[in-house]
Design a binder for this molecule. Structure first.
Ligand SMILES: NC(=O)c1ccc[n+]([C@@H]2O[C@H](COP(=O)([O-])OP(=O)(O)OC[C@H]3O[C@@H](n4cnc5c(N)ncnc54)[C@H](OP(=O)(O)O)[C@@H]3O)[C@@H](O)[C@H]2O)c1
Length: 330
């Protein structure tokens, strides 16, 4: 019987969630039409929650996390996918309540699988991963809401994180004036390299004055952190500003008066990338591979083995200490 290497999280009777790298059997994988030999996976904040026993993400253990994987088709019961084809799987239920990408194999339904676009390598697809896809979906929605590069500065919060740094790079590629909001002043050179025109410290992005409207600075905001930083950003939008909201690393709440919406016409756009339908998924991957392709992917990449992911990066992402996007080579 074929075995494969995987990160596995178990649950102890004492409520602990130890992680180990183990050999698993192919027949333990869930049902699905496509078996994929994983070449690369990416680390997201959500994966770290799943890897540390967050039952809001993953209900049952033992479990192999990893919401992103790219590799080659090893077996296929779908006529859409042939053995040896390069493919990407991001989101849906991968790595949440099914066995995920932190393993040498995944088995998934054919409707989760995207063919690798021709202008992207498997590794580049994982430098983007769900983080890049979420940033691209945020930007797509901001643009459709009416945000144009000539309208002024666009703030990206959590700018050194996965979604944040890919948001900075993609917005810069599209000609926007990007201001990177970060808790890591030492990352200024990195943020400028990937496209930020200006840097703003996290403390300057948090207002507790309770004033309904602050000086209108932002034409747009790509927020990845939530809480007071998102509240402050909304209250600091120009007339007609556009704000996307995808994350909650700072807080999962939003407490603010409605005045920015009714006096400045600010638009707040919710972002859910995991369940995006296939038509928009294909469109965004094509954009990321071609017209929107950023030339700083290698600057954003943090290379890791499965062992390093387990020993170092899962804890580091939960502490908000990562600068870039971790890609695991399987
Ligand atoms: N809605 C969706 O579909 C979707 C998809 C993907 C991710 N997400 C969410 O988006 C968020 C970011 O995900 P990610 O994978 O990019 O995570 P990440 O790599 O950990 O990035 C988060 C960044 O936020 C900043 N940060 C960390 N702790 C903070 C705090 N307490 N207060 C303010 N800022 C803090 C840090 O950047 P700086 O030091 O530069 O400030 C950190 O690098 C997560 O909440 C994730 O669940 C949502």
């Amino acid at each position: 019987m074929t075995t494969f290497k995987a990160l596995q999280v178990t649950e102890t009777a004492e409520g602990q969630f130890p992680r180990h790298i183990v050999q698993r059997h192919i027949d333990e994988l869930p049902a699905g039409e496509v078996l994929i030999k994983v070449a690369y996976a990416a680390l997201n904040y959500k994966d770290a929650l799943s890897a540390t026993g967050n039952k809001g993400i993953s209900r049952t253990y033992p479990h192999t996390p990893g919401v992103d994987a790219a590799g080659t088709v090893a077996e296929s019961q779908s006529d859409q996918f042939q053995i040896g084809e390069s493919v990407i799987v991001t989101g849906y239920d991968l790595g949440m309540n099914t066995s995920g990408g932190f393993a040498e194999y995944i088995r998934v339904p054919a409707e989760w699988v995207v063919k690798l676009p021709s202008n992207l390598t498997l590794k580049e697809s994982m430098i983007y991963g769900t983080a890049g896809f979420t940033a691209a979906w945020s930007i797509y929605r901001l643009q459709n809401s009416g945000l144009q590069p000539d309208q002024g500065e666009v703030l990206v919060t959590g700018a050194t994180g996965g979604v944040g740094c890919l948001g900075v790079a993609l917005l810069a590629k599209l000609g926007y004036q990007v201001v990177a909001g970060t808790g890591k002043p030492e990352a200024e050179a990195f943020l400028r390299k990937i496209g930020a025109k200006d840097i703003i410290g996290r403390e300057q992005l948090q207002d507790t004055s309770k004033r309904a409207l602050l000086k209108g600075r932002w034409a747009g905001v790509l927020d990845t952190v939530g809480g007071n930083i998102l509240e402050t950003a909304i209250r600091s939008c120009q007339y007609g500003g556009h704000v996307s909201c995808c994350g909650l690393v700072a807080a999962n709440e939003l407490n603010l008066p409605i005045y920015p919406f009714i006096l400045r016409g600010v638009s707040l756009l919710g972002i859910d990338s995991a369940a995006r339908p296939m038509d928009i998924r294909l469109k965004l991957w094509d954009l990321m591979a071609n017209d929107w392709k950023v030339n700083v992917l290698q600057d954003i990449l943090i290379d890791a083995t499965l062992e390093e992911l387990n020993a170092v990066y899962i804890d580091k992402i939960l502490q908000g200490k990562i600068r870039g996007h971790v890609v695991v080579t399987l």
